[in-house]
Design a protein around this ligand. Structure first.
Ligand SMILES: NC(=O)c1ccc[n+]([C@@H]2O[C@H](COP(=O)([O-])OP(=O)(O)OC[C@H]3O[C@@H](n4cnc5c(N)ncnc54)[C@H](OP(=O)(O)O)[C@@H]3O)[C@@H](O)[C@H]2O)c1
Length: 267
């Protein structure tokens, strides 16, 4: 299998690094293409994959092509590559809000897989949801899944509506967690802790809670009940959150991202 990644930005490099570290691809079977000459020359010095500034040399031979440019660059890119592609190639789009139909129409490709990645892919803890056009076979889907899994885990969804929904949960989700972390950091600082101690208190609390959750069958609700005894400190905090409708506000935020993803797809 020969893979080409178009766009050596945050996401393109994240997926390239993940695939390069995995045993899935033989050396020289992972190529990366970008239009920025500076990026190309700096990557050539450090990369464990082949770097290109010329599509003619890398696109026609690729079996799988990752599209990792910003959506507003896709028109230019598609008109440039349209004459060079073939019906057997699989295009894996990382672009937020760009529908499969729009890619098929503008690019003239048949096999398209649309994904929604998230930022923790940078540390191998990402979650990518994905769905495909009709022309993609089961075997091809499994092959692409194994590539996506090199940055964490992936989830297959039946329709693109779930890609937009996962934008509201996992795509934008890391920012919700950072929001919560930032709020707790600011509370710790207000209470008089140093920057360093605040960071240790907050980051270990998040990491420890996630680890407890992952290592058990308990739901977050059950963990809350375990840690909050009647009349105690945690119950006071949780009651304050309930009184202020925090759960509803978080769900509203997730739906705001979901709705915005749908809106962007329609534009
Ligand atoms: N970052 C995230 O957390 C995240 C999450 C979910 C989805 N995504 C999606 O991932 C995609 C990439 O995002 P990103 O943050 O990685 O963007 P980025 O850092 O801007 O990377 C895009 C790269 O593609 C290059 N490029 C532009 N036009 C090109 C062309 N015609 N051919 C080849 N390369 C081209 C850009 O060069 P220049 O810098 O010179 O323009 C840049 O190096 C986006 O579509 C985004 O919606 C990102």
């Amino acid at each position: 299998m020969k893979v080409l990644v178009i766009g050596a930005g945050n996401m393109g490099l994240t997926y390239s690094e993940g695939m390069a570290k995995s045993p899935l691809l033989a050396k020289h079977n992972l190529k990366i293409y970008d239009t920025d000459p500076e990026k190309i020359s700096s990557l050539e010095k450090v990369s464990h994959f082949d770097v290109y500034d010329n599509l003619e040399d890398c696109l026609p031979k690729a079996d799988v092509v990752f599209i990792a440019v910003k959506p507003y660059h896709s028109d230019d890119l598609f008109s440039q590559i349209k004459p060079m592609i073939n019906d057997q190639q699989i295009f894996v789009s990382l672009m937020a809000g760009v529908t499969i139909d729009s890619i098929k129409e503008r690019l003239g490709a048949k096999k398209v897989i649309r994904t929604m990645p998230n930022l923790p892919a940078q540390v191998g803890k990402g979650v990518t949801s994905y769905t495909e056009s009709e022309a993609v076979s089961k075997v091809e889907l499994i092959m692409v899944r194994s590539l996506l899994d090199t940055t964490g885990e992936s989830i297959h969804v039946e329709t693109e509506n779930f890609i937009d929904a996962s934008t509201g949960i996992s795509g934008s989700g890391p920012a919700y967690v950072f929001y919560f972390m930032q709020s707790m950091l600011e509370a710790a600082l207000k209470m008089g802790f140093s920057d360093y101690d605040s960071k240790v208190l907050v980051s270990n609390t998040f990491e420890g809670a996630v680890e407890l959750f992952n290592q058990s069958d308990l739901s977050p609700k059950s963990w809350m009940d375990r840690v909050a005894s009647k009349g105690g400190t945690t119950r006071a905090a949780l009651d304050s959150m309930e009184d202020n409708n925090v759960k509803q506000l978080i769900q509203d935020a997730a739906y705001a991202a979901f709705d915005r993803a749908v809106e962007l797809g329609e534009q």
